[in-house]
Design a protein around this ligand. Structure first.
Ligand SMILES: Nc1ncnc2c1ncn2[C@@H]1O[C@H](COP(=O)(O)OP(=O)(O)OP(=O)(O)O)[C@@H](O)[C@H]1O
Ligand SMILES: [Mg+2]
Length: 293
């Protein structure tokens, strides 16, 4: 899409037409997607991407066809976490084929389009000031193209891993007005709860169904003695803090962090672990949420 500098009086670019056509393509693409779910948190680093990767895998293991969208355009991590960083995208006349994990989950990420590991996303603008002004618009545009131009085929679930920030959800709702629901991720620190409460309010303001809250890093199981201990000292439970359904409390497991780094599916490799069992239960609750509709 051209930048506004190139568009005096539209300059024949038909900018409205371009955006409308893309929005129409997105709506057509979503017709074959049963349920769209955004994984959100106002707070950064709480495990949105790691949970998205594992929930996508868990839903796939349960027999669903699942796609993942790395909606973090500037800090994409999902391709690495799902082990498809080296996938070559195949382009067809009607779109691009997503990367596919060893277990069959489909994925699209900016990471698959960047030339080198250390390459940042640079928006094409005349000056950095212009790029700053237009960044949010360009990010939404890129996301719209991601979803619209990917050959998803028929999907039971499309999970969107959002970047941190309370203000990200409105962008997604602008693209997907009938978003199926959100999963709100927190950790048991007061700092996280303070910010994540704003995500709950934002979802309510936007009338997006809240599937529930997931408390990540809820505890730590000692690798030597097997004793479960708290990592944080929050007094308020997530049930009280958020007044929402709590879908699960996921312990911190160093093997989960390692699997995320290696791109291997933790829930499949360590299916007997406490964290895997909790993640599988969250996946079941997501399915039940939509089954009840
Ligand atoms: N339950 C867990 N056990 C062990 N490691 C975890 C767990 N949850 C997340 N991690 C690790 O913590 C780090 C941060 O997680 P992640 O990148 O998923 O957070 P995020 O919320 O997506 O961050 P950002 O806000 O930057 O997008 C990663 O290295 C991830 O593998
Ligand atoms: Mg992330």
């Amino acid at each position: 899409m051209k930048s506004y500098k190139e568009l005096p009086n539209d300059a024949g670019s038909n900018i409205i037409g371009q955006v409308t056509a893309q929005a129409n393509r997105l709506q057509k693409r979503l017709v074959s997607v049963k349920h769209t779910v955004a994984i959100v948190s106002g707070k950064g680093g709480v495990g949105k991407s790691a949970l998205t990767a594992n929930l996508a895998t868990a839903l796939t293991l349960n027999g669903n066809t699942v796609g993942g969208v790395d909606a973090d355009i500037n800090g994409p991590t999902l391709a690495k976490m799902m082990g498809v960083r080296n996938a070559e995208l195949a382009y067809t006349p009607t779109g691009v084929n997503p990367a596919i994990t060893t277990l069959g989950t489909k994925l699209i990420s900016m990471d698959l389009l960047l030339a080198a590991d250390d390459a940042p996303v640079l928006w094409n603008a005349h000056t950095q000031k212009d790029a700053f002004t237009w960044r949010s618009t360009m990010e939404v545009g890129a996301l719209r193209e991601f979803i619209a131009d990917t050959e998803w085929g028929t999907l039971d679930y499309l999970l969107l891993d959002l970047p941190p920030g309370t203000d990200r959800l409105p962008n997604v709702v602008e693209l997907i007005p009938n978003l199926g629901g959100v999963i709100i991720v927190t950790i048991p620190s007061e700092v996280s709860q303070l910010i994540v409460k704003k995500s709950v309010t934002m979802a309510q303001l936007l009338n997006v169904p809240i599937i529930g809250v997931v408390e990540n890093m809820a505890s730590y199981v000692c690798q030597h003695c097997g004793k479960e201990e708290s990592l944080f000292s929050t007094e308020e439970s997530p049930e009280t803090a958020f007044q929402q359904v709590v879908l699960g409390k996921i312990p911190f497991d160093p093997r989960l962090a390692r699997c995320s780094d290696n791109g291997t599916p933790y829930v499949a490799e360590y299916s007997d672990s406490l964290a895997s069992k909790a993640l599988m239960q969250v996946a079941q609750k997501i399915q039940r949420f939509f089954d009840k509709l």
